[in-house]
Design a protein around this ligand. Structure first.
Ligand code: SF4
Length: 81
């Protein structure tokens, strides 16, 4: 596929987040740490049964792939749509 086209879906299984900050370091425009519970927030995501998802531009793929790879508990999943 042409990497400049298409959409990227990011899925965050937030329950198991340990708040290590690796996703924020890799993709600071898409991730932040909550001041309330210390876990990561997938910015602007929709929540359903504790699972957060967002569909965004594929331009975010590289940074979020790094976030996904660096997440020690493997709770950041990516899908190219
Ligand atoms: S890298 Fe994974 S465990 Fe660490 S804060 Fe981000 S989502 Fe949570």
């Amino acid at each position: 596929m042409n990497p400049k086209q298409g959409k990227l879906q990011i899925i965050h299984y937030r329950d198991k987040c340990i708040g290590c900050n690796a996703c924020v370091e890799a993709a600071p425009e898409r991730w932040a740490i909550s001041k309330k519970d210390g876990k990561a927030i997938l910015l602007k995501a929709n929540e359903k049964k504790g699972i957060y998802t967002i569909t965004t531009h594929v331009m975010e793929y590289e940074a979020n792939l790094e976030a996904s790879k660096n997440c020690p508990v493997h709770i950041i999943h990516l899908k190219l749509l």
